[in-house]
Design a binder for this molecule. Structure first.
Ligand code: UDP
Ligand code: MG
Length: 321
């Protein structure tokens, strides 16, 4: 498929963020190289972005890059998180088509040929993997993921497909547009949906992790979900103001009731109802303030315009010409 090259680069780039993936990298390199070779012959690059791992991920990536000139090993200066590591990879890659994939082999690189075929047949700019099943993940993870994707679809202003991760094949122009998006709270799959063009799904079965443990504990999952929702919807703010409105109306009735009680002379009892009202209104106020705070905090951090990530080192065996 002809797409605009902004830089002279290989036909294909594979971009994989890796955080504490020392046990997966060799196998990932093997499988990703095989898949890339089928579609691009020798004309591909594999970019492994080490997201400040605490194990020997970068050393292994550098060794692989020393042996295989197709591989570029990138190290960020610290752990910036999956989405920003991906962002670094997308900035550095030069391919006409880019495969975004996890380094833990949960998404099969072998799907690349089918994805490219679908892209060409349907003249699409994005082919995203849609998970039919998710092996090796806990019922909790599957359940929360399902609820998250369904909830996000209801809340978000753009149509973000359910059950899709960042595993997708994109064209150079989509990558270039992504790279111009300055936001720090990145929910890449949402940004890709937002960009538009023709985007199609290809279903696959998500495999169990090849080795290691998930870099997304519950704490990070919650943060990721809040980032996703606040990036793509202001509905929580509307819910906050609606809640405030309802609380005011209820308070209006409560005031009427107290006035009537006062005029009829039953004013002494009422400790329970008084405290309930104080707690209820206090709770609603804090909840609403919290929602506003979430948005305000993000606004504050976005206005600083700090770079999204810092690269410590880029290692490639020799410069491509
Ligand atoms: N990852 C990363 N930085 C992080 C956490 C994860 O680059 O802070 C990478 C990780 O190495 C993997 C991908 O992002 O390639 C997805 O993470 P993970 O497999 O831990 O998440 P899960 O698949 O369990 O949702
Ligand atoms: Mg994973």
């Amino acid at each position: 498929m002809a797409s605009e090259h902004t830089v002279e680069g290989p036909r294909f780039s594979v971009v994989a963020p890796a955080y504490n993936e020392e046990a997966c990298l060799e196998a990932f390199h093997r499988r990703a190289s095989d898949a890339a070779r089928i579609v691009a012959g020798d004309d591909y690059e594999i970019i492994i972005v080490d997201d400040g791992s605490r194990d020997s991920t970068f050393e292994i990536a550098r060794r692989i890059a020393a042996e295989d000139p197709h591989v570029v090993a990138v190290r960020l200066s610290r752990n910036f998180g999956h989405q920003l590591a991906l962002c670094a990879g997308l900035k550095l890659c030069r391919g006409a088509h880019i495969l975004i994939i996890d380094a833990d082999l949960q998404d099969p690189p072998e799907l690349l040929a089918a994805m490219l075929q679908a892209m060409e047949a349907e003249k699409a700019d994005v082919v995203y993997g849609q998970r039919r099943t998710r092996a090796g993940e806990t019922a909790f993870k599957r359940g929360t993921a399902k609820a998250f994707y369904r909830g996000l679809r209801r809340l978000a202003d753009v149509d973000i497909p359910a059950d899709t991760g960042d595993f997708r094949l994109i064209t150079r122009r989509v990558c270039d547009i992504l790279n111009t998006m300055p936001e720090r709270y990145r929910f890449t799959r949402g940004l890709v949906s937002w960009i538009g063009f023709r985007q199609i799904a290809i279903s696959y079965d998500r495999e169990a992790r090849f080795a290691g443990t998930s870099g997304y504990p519950v704490r990070k999952m919650i943060r990721f979900a809040v980032d996703a929702i606040t990036s793509f919807s202001i509905l929580p703010l509307r819910i906050a103001s609606f809640t405030g409105l309802v609380a005011s109306i209820v308070s209006g009735f409560a005031i009427l009731y107290t006035l009537v009680s006062w005029f009829t002379g039953h004013t002494v009892a009422g400790w329970t109802s008084l405290l309930s009202a104080v707690f209820l209104i206090g709770g609603i106020q804090l909840f609403v303030l919290g929602i506003i705070g979430e948005y305000l905090g993000r606004l504050y951090l976005e206005t600083k315009q700090r770079p999204l990530f810092i690269i410590d080192e880029v290692y490639r065996a020799h410069e491509r010409t």
